[in-house]
Design a protein around this ligand. Structure first.
Ligand code: ZN
Length: 323
């Protein structure tokens, strides 16, 4: 539990939370009670109903989705979660000296232009400079879904965090488990890695380098996501939809019976073909071993493929689709 340094309300916190957002007045604050001002959000443009419609439209277009999905799906759960991210703008300027691989070509084949009898590779000193501005995003809560971590955030559309806006949809605003200082340190490390990757496109070995890394504007941004759950037939399916853009971050969806039956049918054909090949290879039919090795190998592969398709068809596990 924590007590808000601004409205005095007591509210829940988890063990790792370092930058808190009071659920009563919306003030972002450190655990010591210092107000944090650079707190932004992306506004909600898709309310719950619009997010549900967008989701079912998307799912209906997926391979093997049942035709009556939109009509028969029934939403049983929804929650709006505001996920926190740190964004840092980092100016990086790296100069490097290194060694690149080069080659000399000798004795071109007369009949084949561009082909040489002898190629000597050698190391060549290279130097250069990369100046870049990086926008580094750091997920502020551990263990959240990778697809949510990686979904695009339109940071240009950011506005100051509005408590009443988040409250309008009953949104749950998560605390940040990363402090501003930690976010800046992580952004610096990440920017250095990106600069290294740039340098490595030019040289194979870095001999020396100087980096000037300036971590500039760093802010906390809360991004609203609808966590939805719907029922179709006897199963429930979960989905995450970005509340600001309507982007389907991830979703499970049912496969129609016809689609699954086709999978089972195809799986059976492969399985029988595989068994047939193995039988031929091992001469189980007593007609002399045809295709002894190739038959065993391809028969085995077909059998495995067939069993995998059968499993996918029979099991009720839904497919997950990412954009
Ligand atoms: Zn408060």
């Amino acid at each position: 539990m924590a007590q808000c340094a601004f409205c005095s309300a007591a509210f829940e916190t988890g063990p790792g939370d370092l930058l808190l957002v009071c659920p009563y007045c919306g003030t972002a604050q450190t655990v010591e009670g210092a107000k944090f001002k650079d707190h932004y959000m992306i506004r909600v443009h898709f309310d719950q109903t619009e997010a549900q419609t967008t989701l079912l439209d998307w799912c209906s277009k997926q391979l093997g989705a049942p035709g009556d999905l939109s009509a028969k799906a029934h939403f049983v759960g929804y929650e709006q979660i505001w996920y926190p991210f740190w964004i840092s703008r980092v100016d990086a300027d790296s100069s490097y000296n290194g060694m690149g691989k080069d080659a000399n070509f000798y004795d071109e084949w007369p009949q084949r232009r561009g082909a040489y009898k002898r190629i000597d590779f050698f190391w060549k000193p290279e130097s250069g400079r990369f100046e870049r501005r990086h926008e580094i995003k750091t997920t502020a809560v551990e263990g959240i879904d990778v697809d949510i971590q990686n979904h695009p955030i339109p940071t240009r559309a950011k506005e100051y965090f509005s408590h009443s806006h988040a409250e309008e949809f009953g949104g749950k605003v998560l605390h940040s488990q990363i402090s501003e200082d930690q976010a800046r340190t992580m952004a610096r490390t990440r920017a250095e890695e990106l600069q290294t990757a740039l340098i490595m496109t030019e040289v194979d070995k870095i001999e020396s380098r100087t980096d000037k890394i300036d971590v500039g504007e760093t802010f906390l941004i809360h991004v609203p996501v609808w966590e939805l759950e719907y029922r179709y037939g006897n199963s429930k399916y979960k989905a995450s939809v970005a509340a600001s853009t309507g982007y389907v971050i991830e979703s499970k969806y049912p496969r129609s019976m016809a689609f699954r039956a086709a999978g089972i049918g195809f799986g059976l054909i492969l399985l029988l073909g595989g068994i047939g090949l193995i039988a031929l290879a091992l001469d189980l039919l007593g007609i002399g071993a045809l295709l002894p090795y190739g038959g065993l190998l391809s028969g085995g592969l077909l059998t495995i493929l067939g069993m995998a398709l059968l499993y996918k068809g029979v099991s009720r596990k839904e497919a997950k689709e990412n954009l």
